[in-house]
Design a protein around this ligand. Structure first.
Ligand code: ADP
Ligand code: MG
Length: 478
């Protein structure tokens, strides 16, 4: 049975009056639960807030794929951690890219600089989110395919902890008690906070605090507060500061301990610094200061580089997973099963062939630069034009090419502040949150801590919730 047919929301989505009443109830519950964003008009203030966009109904996700995504998360944690410790691999992999991509080059410079000086940090913390779509096979079944792994600033764990109550509410209003009970428990904010708490504890200074590097204009602050609140409940204090504050008031002592406003910092948690636009010259200097310190950075610069799309593409080459996970053929098989086709565009025959294939079948590929945050990829005709332009230039090595995943669309109703409820054809992207903590060479925590489902209209090729395209959702296991 195609997954889209399996939920039974079909007739409910046709009754417009009922949808409007349900939408009112759902929105009020979302506000009451704290599924909130600041508005785009006042992104630095909490005086006026609204609900984060979400689907009226949970969306169908095959249970087997959900289980598969959870089962492979600890492997992805291990892999990212191993890549981050392999300076030779990072250098080789990124060498062609950094010739033409100044942002990645800048990150890489900091990486080289701290390596040269010697890494002061001894405890490492990874909070990541591996994202997937459900490729629709010719026989109608679905396969789990990774879109990317986010190793820096992976967001929406906080709000995703609060959306299950909203969907349970909607289904309960309809008297669908059995269905409401199928909405999975989800609490990534607690799990992410436990990771930070573990790293804080291992840092081993009772009065040290957590420094959250925040943006001035942060619409998604309630997502971050959910984690801060969990930490405060464990008596761990979080201070929010911008890169600018770090450059003005941050300092290192002779042991490279980090101080902010005279206060020792155990863990630096980045919710900023993953896009070129986040950095002025002053901010780059602040980032370097933080990297040089012995505070636990989440992520450290090497782990941020391990999350680049170029690294993702190189990891898909024959033999590379095996070299990172020797003696673990089962983990390698679990990881590889989630890989879509990934192609290097480095100058040479292999890259030429990839370009020829993509130009011949534009709807089957996505062209990706080394960027995060949505809205940077190129599709269809735009991709073809870019490939024609890049074909004979070194610049093409700063991109990768990826097979385009085609999930089976289903209908759902998207709710956004200021827009009428709209029933449309949608597709979803599932994210699994992973947490690991390493002390020296010993991994002391490695687990998955929850999920995020985001759903968008099929006509949007790219973009997440923050980019205004996708909305929050919950998996309805089928
Ligand atoms: P970013 O770092 O900007 O989030 P992603 O690789 O996650 O970059 O791509 C952004 C969005 O583009 C994804 O959320 C997804 O909707 C879409 N996308 C990315 N890669 C693919 C793909 N291979 N097939 C289909 N859609 C994709
Ligand atoms: Mg993404």
């Amino acid at each position: 049975m195609p997954v889209g047919m399996a939920t039974g929301w079909g007739s409910l989505l046709q009754d417009e009056q009922q949808l409007e009443e349900l939408a009112r109830q759902a929105v009020d519950r979302a506000l009451a639960e704290g599924v909130l964003l600041r508005t785009s008009q006042a992104p630095s203030s909490s005086h006026v807030v609204s609900y984060a966009p979400f689907t009226l109904f949970p969306s169908p996700v095959p249970s087997a794929l959900l289980e598969q995504a959870y089962a492979v998360q600890a492997d992805f944690n291990l892999l990212v951690d191993a890549v981050s410790q392999n300076a030779v691999f990072l250098e080789q992999t990124l060498s062609s890219t950094i010739k033409r991509d100044s942002f990645t080059a800048r990150l890489f410079d900091i990486h080289k600089q701290v390596l040269k000086e010697g890494i002061a940090q001894t405890v490492f913390l990874g909070l990541n989110r591996s994202d997937y779509m459900f490729q629709c096979n010719p026989d109608g079944s679905a396969a789990l395919k990774q879109i990317e792994i986010n190793t820096v600033s992976a967001s929406f764990g906080g709000l995703a902890s609060r959306t299950p109550a909203v969907h349970r509410h909607v289904l309960s209003v309809l008297g669908k008690t059995k269905e409401a009970a199928k909405i999975l428990f989800n609490n990534p904010s607690k799990g992410l906070a436990m990771g930070i708490a573990k790293a804080w504890e291992l840092y081993g200074s009772a009065n040290a605090q957590v420094l959250l590097i925040a943006q001035e204009k942060e619409r998604n602050i309630f997502d971050q507060r959910a984690i801060e609140n969990e930490l405060l409940a464990r008596n761990i204090h979080v201070i929010r500061r911008r890169f600018e504050d770090v450059s003005e008031k941050g300092s290192l002592d002779q042991d490279r301990r980090l101080f902010m406003d005279g206060q020792e910092i155990a863990v630096v948690y980045f919710r900023d610094g993953y896009m070129p636009g986040h950095y002025s010259l002053q901010n780059w200097e602040a980032r370097l200061l933080l990297e040089r310190s012995c505070a636990v950075k989440c992520p450290d610069i090497a782990t941020q580089l391990a999350g680049t799309k170029k690294v993702q593409q190189e990891l898909s080459r024959v033999g590379v997973l095996e070299s990172f996970l020797p003696g673990q053929p089962e983990a390698v098989a679990r990881l590889r099963a989630t890989f879509a086709g990934l192609y290097s565009l480095d100058l040479g025959e292999e890259g030429d062939q990839a370009i020829t294939k993509a130009i011949a079948a534009p709807s089957s590929f996505v062209l990706k630069p080394q960027r995060e945050g949505g809205g940077n990829n190129l599709y269809g005709e735009e991709m073809v034009q870019a490939l024609e332009r890049l074909k004979d230039s070194e610049e093409r090595a700063s991109y990768i090419l990826m097979e385009k995943i085609e999930p089976e669309p289903f209908r759902n109703c998207l709710l956004r502040p200021g827009s009428p409820a709209r029933v449309i054809q949608c597709i979803s992207e599932l994210g699994i949150f992973g947490v690991y903590v390493r002390e020296g060479k010993t991994l002391v925590m490695n687990k998955h801590v929850g999920h995020l489902l985001r759903t968008k209209a099929i006509e949007h090729a790219d973009g997440g919730v923050a980019a205004g395209v996708a909305v929050l959702d919950n998996p309805y296991p089928v």
